[in-house]
Design a protein around this ligand. Structure first.
Ligand code: SF4
Length: 348
């Protein structure tokens, strides 16, 4: 199979041009066709010589994401279930906010991390996506928004999969997204979220970017975290915290801690107190996420008043916390739910 053209950063395309005795400025022209004009084939790139277009076409493929389903919520959230060339399906969500449009992308087909509140992990990990397959989610969504003159202005890497277990593809995806000759998404408008893959947190600290880091913490201590997130047995709570302290010292950039509130499990006042103590000296922000009902796990939502109480306790102890505004509730927008339903229907 041919590699995808979206897999390549501008620098890699420049190298390809050199290796093929083409002037390197052709790389920027190609990038412009891909990400500014957003064409769907090499034949449309009319300022490239015909011979070069043919050569590109021989050597590279476009990622075609087949739209299996698309659901649009009353609040403007659009959830796509895309089919890949090998019949796997992935989810991508576009969210409309009053400050702009954001997209939540997927980095793996399925996930092996096994968080107990997450539908994406139910069938395990099938494979990593290539950088180009992650890029294609943004380009395809942007092509949809082009019709109404809207723009994707922020990206969250929080869809299915663990981006730090697909590190190189995720980093190439980011390099392509932020490039000024491409979609040019502001680095501070991008967040990569990890379940706490410790070696990759250290690596990411060295990348020298302005991209935001979010850590899925979901518990205030080692024992409870291991129950909710089996990955905690590989990278225990204290090692994650140590890596966070290193990241903060190295980058000076605030970390977001994601905390999924699960009724009766990790949402009691004593959990909030303990979490506040752990995060006391860190430059951070806590994002509280009331979980959706997960029938497979018998998890229930935290009552509204308890969510606010949890936030109040954190804030009283000077830990900044917000409650994630839910979007797309009416279209099963939580991670992995749509794909899980699709897999179920395929199996019937
Ligand atoms: S929450 Fe993220 S890391 Fe955890 S199982 Fe789901 S997709 Fe994987």
């Amino acid at each position: 199979m041919k590699p995808f053209i979206y897999d390549y950063t501008l620098e890699q395309i420049q190298q390809w041009m050199k290796d093929n005795s083409e002037p390197t400025f052709r790389a920027a022209q190609l990038f412009d066709w891909l990400y500014v004009k957003r064409v769907k084939g090499f034949e449309e790139m009319t300022n490239l010589p015909k011979q070069l277009r043919e050569k590109l076409d021989e050597q590279f493929a476009f990622v075609t994401l087949e739209e299996i389903t698309k659901f649009e919520s009353k609040d403007g959230t659009v959830k796509f279930l895309f089919g890949l060339h090998d019949n796997h399906a992935i989810e991508t969500v576009v969210m409309r906010h009053n400050y702009g449009n954001s997209i939540c992308v997927t980095t793996q087909v399925g996930c092996r991390i096994g968080c107990t509140f997450c539908a994406s992990t139910l069938g395990g990990l099938k494979r990593n996506l290539t950088a180009g397959e992650i890029v294609a989610q943004v380009v395809t969504a942007q092509q949809m928004l082009d019709a109404t003159g809207e723009r994707i202005s922020s990206i969250v890497i929080m869809g299915s999969g663990e981006p730090f277990e697909n590190y190189e593809a995720t980093m190439d995806f980011l390099r392509i997204m932020i490039h000024e000759k491409g979609l040019h998404i502001g680095q501070r408008h991008i967040t990569v979220s990890t379940s706490g893959i410790v070696p990759s947190i250290y690596k990411f600290a060295e990348e020298n970017t302005q991209i935001n880091l979010a850590i899925s913490i979901h518990a205030p201590n080692d024992m409870l975290r291991s129950k909710l997130m089996p990955v905690n047995r590989r990278f225990p709570f204290e090692e994650v915290m140590e890596a966070c302290r290193y990241y903060l010292a190295k980058t000076g950039r605030r970390i977001t801690f994601e905390y999924a509130l699960i009724g009766g499990v990790n949402d009691r006042p004593e959990h909030a107190e303990e979490l506040a103590d752990v995060l006391q000296d860190l430059l951070c922000h806590v994002n509280l996420i009331p979980v959706n009902h997960v029938p497979e796990r018998k998890y229930v939502r935290t009552p509204r008043e308890d969510i606010f109480e949890f936030q109040r306790i954190l804030e009283r102890k000077k830990v900044n916390a917000t409650i994630r505004r839910e979007q797309g509730h009416d279209i099963a927008a939580a991670c992995g739910q749509l794909r899980a339903k699709h897999m179920e229907s395929q199996a019937r």
